[in-house]
Design a protein around this ligand. Structure first.
Ligand SMILES: Cc1cc2nc3c(=O)[nH]c(=O)nc-3n(C[C@H](O)[C@H](O)[C@H](O)COP(=O)(O)OP(=O)(O)OC[C@H]3O[C@@H](n4cnc5c(N)ncnc54)[C@H](O)[C@@H]3O)c2cc1C
Length: 337
């Protein structure tokens, strides 16, 4: 059984992996007064992490379409933590739109989710003038937010240091040699200790155009994948994301065609956009696609964040901290081995 630290700061906390899961763990433990060291095998650009490729949507209501209620519960708690620790996080909501032929899937999406209101064509174009005349109606989820992963990860890392934590980049640490309480946030690389983990490929494209302006993520109902366009500032947009049972990290022609086609379906001006980047990340997932905090003596594994790393990482960090400090166990997420 895990030995609780006697008091804050008297047992070192070693966190492995500075992706979104490990970064939030390190931040909340450092703010809690623990002696935190965060090890990351790649450099500060974090290109080896899945988090580098993510959309960064904080969308607990939209995600309810395909997820268990626990994702929405933890996601809604995470929104509070994002607001509290990063008050500049944009909470402009999300939009869901569909073309007439996908009307039944649109109605299904509306039925399976809550926290939205219906917009007619006029209200839609008031909200996003670039979409004027494009869609007859939409669903607006006003309380959802989004972060830009490649901006927010360095911000999180800086905040950890400010809170008294240490970060060591280029530190490919052997977990067996790590000191004190060890929080394993290695994502898919933890498959040696978490054999049930698998990678689910998500492909994305970044394009640039001055012809379209969006203030929030726009999801296009699509029969196979939840395709979306996320504004990234500086006339850039992320087009995402496929969801493929494969651990190959390349981008296929078919996926590229579908992502670009979805952007074109949202707005034809995307046809003239400049393609800046193609990429793919492997989402770490357990067989049930739900996150787990697994406790085995002094090792705590936080993994399986799947499609929801940015959405869930703050709430998972709060749960881990609650366990270490008070022995609190959230039965839906924590597993003691
Ligand atoms: C295309 C795409 C779009 C997505 N969109 C969203 C979205 O909109 N919203 C959302 O919430 N989620 C989204 N996700 C999911 C999200 O990206 C993942 O859930 C999340 O990144 C997983 O984070 P992690 O910290 O567990 O893993 P990672 O980000 O992979 O971090 C693990 C880190 O551990 C490091 N590491 C591994 N081994 C070692 C070692 N021995 N020593 C030191 N460091 C080590 C790795 O280098 C890596 O940096 C998306 C994913 C993809 C691929």
């Amino acid at each position: 059984m895990y030995q609780k630290a006697n008091s804050r700061g008297d047992s070192p906390v070693t966190i492995i992996g500075a992706g979104i899961a490990g970064a939030w763990q390190a931040l909340l433990f450092a703010l809690g007064g623990h002696a935190v060291t965060l090890h990351e095998r790649s450099d500060a650009a974090m290109t080896q992490s899945t988090s580098h490729w993510a959309g960064g949507m904080l969308a607990p209501w939209c995600e309810a379409e395909t997820s268990e209620p626990v994702i929405s519960r933890l996601g809604i708690r995470s929104l509070d933590l994002w607001r509290e620790h990063f008050p500049d996080t944009p909470f402009n909501g999300s939009l869901v739109v569909a073309h007439a032929r996908d009307r039944s899937d649109f109605e299904r999406f509306a039925r399976l989710t809550s926290g939205h209101r219906r917009l007619d064509a006029r209200a839609l174009s008031e909200l996003e003038p670039s979409l004027d005349g494009r869609f007859r109606e939409g669903l607006f989820y006003p309380d959802e937010g989004h972060v830009e992963p490649r901006r927010v990860l360095p911000e999180l890392h800086a905040r950890i240091v400010k809170a008294g934590g240490k970060i060591q980049f280029n530190s490919d640490i052997d977990i067996a040699k790590a000191e004190g309480t060890v929080i394993d946030c290695r994502g898919l690389a933890a498959v040696d200790a978490e054999p049930e983990l698998r990678g689910v490929k998500g492909e994305m494209i970044i394009v640039e155009t001055d012809e379209v302006e969006l203030s929030r993520p726009v999801r296009l109902i699509h029969p196979r994948w939840p395709l979306y366009v996320i504004p990234r500032g500086d006339s850039r947009f992320m087009l995402g994301a496929t969801s493929i049972e494969s651990e190959d990290s390349g981008v296929s022609v078919r996926s590229a065609l579908e992502l670009l086609g979805a952007a074109y379906a949202v707005h034809p001006a995307f046809a003239e956009a400049r393609i800046l980047e193609f990429g793919a990340g492997l989402r770490p997932a357990y067989p049930d696609n739900l996150p787990r905090i697994s406790i085995e003596q002094q090792r705590i594994a936080v993994n399986g964040l799947y499609r929801h790393g940015f959405l869930l990482a703050p709430a998972l960090a709060e749960l881990t901290l609650g366990y270490v400090e008070r022995g609190a166990i959230d039965n839906e997420v924590v597993r003691c081995r």
